[in-house]
Design a protein around this ligand. Structure first.
Ligand code: SF4
Length: 338
């Protein structure tokens, strides 16, 4: 039995409520160099990643910049070619789907982008922006009927009806991200891939947008993959969290287990980076930043990829790659648990 199925069973999931099943996904990119621009290496951006997302669930995907979390999201949408592995959505293997085959799937899986400034066409009103996917997919008729659907979406994301004829530059960053969310929801997707959807926003606005995702999930019963670079952001919105490091998942667990009892040294280091709201407690905390830089995905360290930065590294860690194995309420890839 594969690790993926074991993981699903650990959480009482049945195969019937799995909406997305990513199995041993690899996304490698060739590196060209020299005078003749020959292939001189490979960047292993995503290297044997497996996880499932269930109906109505939010999976947080967390890790430092360059760990492969956004690449994973783009590969699921077939916006990047996969090197190997399988992507099964609603029971259908879409791994090798071409652009035409992906068209109906793209309606079921939508993406919310990080940059609410760059992702909206400045020449279009928000009514036009939110209505565009309805036009592409020929949904909700035309004219009055379509405008009514756009109004409904505007209201759903907490904006006012009278904003429908305004342009993106007339909105704040948080409001623009709400417009991006309305556009993604227009075609009634079953899975939203949210790629760092709040990291470009002011901290004061981030919580409002995270709350909006939670409200929408409760109301619509959709599934979310919520990509973020820190654990604080995904805490309130995720039921399960996968921690990625240098193209691999190092720990995946329920939110409660991960925060109460993080196991992988990298997860623990990410936890220590979360500020505590109480200033007295915060002042007394031992701040421990992760030593060193993230190594290159072109030449990942042998054995455990985290070993050059790990305070618990043992000789075996430099030689043997730890497998992602069941531990407690989740799974962890670390020789401390083998
Ligand atoms: Fe640290 Fe070794 Fe565990 Fe890697 S396998 S996280 S180096 S203890």
């Amino acid at each position: 039995m594969s690790d993926v199925l074991t993981h699903g069973e650990l959480h009482g999931a049945t195969e019937s409520n799995v909406i997305l099943d990513v199995q041993d996904l690899k996304v490698h990119f060739p590196v060209y160099g020299g005078l003749l621009q020959r292939e001189v290496g490979t960047v292993k951006a995503v290297d044997s990643v497996s996880f499932q997302v269930h109906e109505g669930e939010t999976l947080g995907l967390v890790g430092e910049s360059g760990c492969g979390k956004s690449t994973t999201g783009l590969a699921i949408l077939r916006m990047l070619p996969t090197t190997s592995g399988r992507i099964v959505f609603e029971g259908v293997d879409i791994t090798n789907y071409n652009r035409n085959q992906m068209r109906p799937i793209r309606r079921r899986i939508q993406m919310v982008y990080q940059d609410p400034f760059g992702s909206l066409d400045p020449r279009m009103t928000i009514g036009g922006i939110i209505g565009e996917p309805l036009e592409i997919h020929k949904l909700h008729g035309k004219g009055v009927e379509r405008r009514a659907r756009v109004m409904e979406l505007i209201e759903m994301v907490g904006l006012r009806h009278d904003m429908i004829d305004r342009y993106p530059h007339q909105f704040s960053g948080g409001q623009r991200q709400r417009i991006g969310i309305a556009r993604a929801l227009a075609v009634e997707p079953r899975l939203l891939i949210c790629d760092e959807p709040v990291s470009a926003l002011d901290v004061s606005i981030q919580a409002q947008v995270v709350n909006l995702f939670q409200e929408l999930q409760d109301r619509l019963g959709i599934s979310l993959i919520f990509v973020a670079h820190d654990l604080a952001v995904v805490r309130h919105v995720s039921q399960r969290i996968a921690v990625m490091y240098l193209g691999t998942i190092v720990e995946i667990s329920t939110r409660d287990e991960l925060y109460a009892n993080p196991k992988h040294p990298y997860t623990k280091a990410l936890m220590l980076a979360i500020p505590v709201p109480n200033p007295i407690v915060e002042a007394g905390r031992r701040h421990q930043t992760i030593q060193g830089e993230v190594p290159s995905a072109e030449r990942p360290p042998p054995g455990c990829r985290f070993h050059p930065r790990c305070p618990h590294a043992m000789p075996v860690c430099k030689e043997k790659t730890p497998k992602l194995l069941p531990e407690g309420d989740g799974m962890v890839a670390c020789h401390l648990f083998t």
